[in-house]
Design a protein around this ligand. Structure first.
Ligand code: NAP
Length: 352
């Protein structure tokens, strides 16, 4: 079967590079167009891009000309991935969707838009039905926008889904230790990051406090009714390269033992695993028993960066249970998430 042709917007950035790496040899998608800012426009990708991924740049993209982020860049493509900065992604993604392209976006611009699916395929695949609402409301016949959540939220919501289903969440507190790559490239200046922890990441806490409630919400009557648990986040930038570590405490509606919580996390599986989607990790959540895991340096590539690693599950003296979790921010938290979304879109007949 011939592969679907895809374009990547923001292809030269941290997330754009992960798209390029993860799509190299993908069974369904083939990169045919790359776009970025006017700084890169017109250059061969290998010249425009400061490649920061440990695998070599795929030969197939080295000589592709970087184009402007305008709909004609995706001419002949079946799908557009967006890794654009949130500050400018909105109008650009709208233009591509209005021109008839399905857009699978990482950016924050439309995550909370009532008619746009904020999607994690294992968590809320039914929210894809919002695409029909979106097309109807915006008068689009073919194009649409689907988003994946913030990098911190991706891993968090994957762990919260089975806990909410099994025990009912009432409160969630999360303290994050987020990697430098989460700030893009070149990101945080070395003199601010080395020997330091930045106790503030602009805009992050409000995303972590809102997106999980939407992801775990119910789709009914063409809109998402948010899940009703309280959530509080404190987000810190630390000097790791990749992998966001999160210290989480949760309170439940029903009593749950440490063993029951671990079992619910281990047993969690979703539609991508059932459908055998190419990027679906198996298992979704790896529960570790060692007292000092997960660690970013050791565990971020679990399940090729698509699995969430949970450890240190134990009683909490303030809420009910606490644990540590880790997710790869540019893979499960960004490019890998958007690719898995696209695989689900293809499986559900939304592409082509
Ligand atoms: P980045 O490294 O700063 O890359 C930004 C990309 O956007 C580059 O390709 C850049 O092109 C392009 N760009 C910047 N301004 C542009 C403009 N005015 N017009 C067209 N293209 C423009 O950022 P990133 O970390 O990859 O993040 C990309 C998006 O993913 C953001 O929305 C971010 O919030 C989201 N995200 C990031 C992560 C993460 O862990 N990094 C995780 C989840 C979501 P040039 O190279 O030509 O300047």
């Amino acid at each position: 079967m011939s592969k679907m042709k895809v374009a990547i917007l923001g292809a030269t950035g941290m997330v754009g590079q992960q798209f390029v790496r993860l799509l190299d040899g993908h069974p369904q998608f083939e990169v045919c167009a790359l776009a970025a800012s006017d700084r890169s426009e017109g250059q061969a990708y290998s010249d425009a891009c400061s490649w920061r991924v440990s695998a070599d740049m795929p030969a197939a993209v080295r000589s592709l000309r970087v184009q402007a982020c305008e709909p004609q860049a995706a001419s002949g493509c079946d799908l557009v991935f967006s890794a654009l900065p949130g500050s400018m992604a909105g109008p650009v993604e709208l233009a591509f969707a209005a021109a008839g392209y399905p857009v699978s976006s990482n950016a924050s611009s439309f995550r909370m838009a009532p008619d746009v699916p904020l999607l994690i395929p294992e968590v809320n695949p039914d929210h894809l039905a919002l695409i029909d609402v979106q097309r109807r409301q915006r008068g689009w016949e073919h194009g649409f926008i689907v988003t994946n959540p913030n990098c911190t939220v991706n891993a968090l919501a994957l762990a919260l889904r089975p806990l909410h289903d099994s025990f009912g969440l009432s409160k969630v507190m999360v303290i994050t230790m987020q990697a430098l790559s989460g700030a893009g490239y070149p990101g945080v200046p070395s003199l601010d990051s080395l020997d330091n922890v930045m106790p503030y990441i602009g805009g992050e806490e409000s995303k972590v406090e809102s997106e999980p409630r939407r992801l775990l919400g119910r789709l009914e009557g063409g809109r998402v009714h948010e899940a009703e648990f309280a959530i509080s986040a404190q987000c810190n930038r630390v000097a790791t390269r990749d992998g966001h570590l999160e210290s989480v405490s949760v309170a439940f509606d029903r009593l749950a033992s440490v063993e029951e919580v671990k079992q619910a996390l281990r047993d969690f599986s979703g539609l991508p695993q059932e459908l055998g989607l190419a990027s679906a990790p198996q298992p979704v959540i790896v529960v570790r028993e060692e007292p000092d895991r997960p660690q970013p340096a050791l565990d971020r590539n679990t399940g090729d960066g698509m699995a969430v690693v949970v450890g240190r599950v134990r009683p909490c003296a303030v809420l009910d249970i606490k644990f540590t979790l880790l997710g790869h921010n540019t893979v499960r938290g960004a490019a890998g998430a958007a690719i898995l979304n696209a695989e689900l879109l293809a499986a559900q007949g939304y592409l082509g």
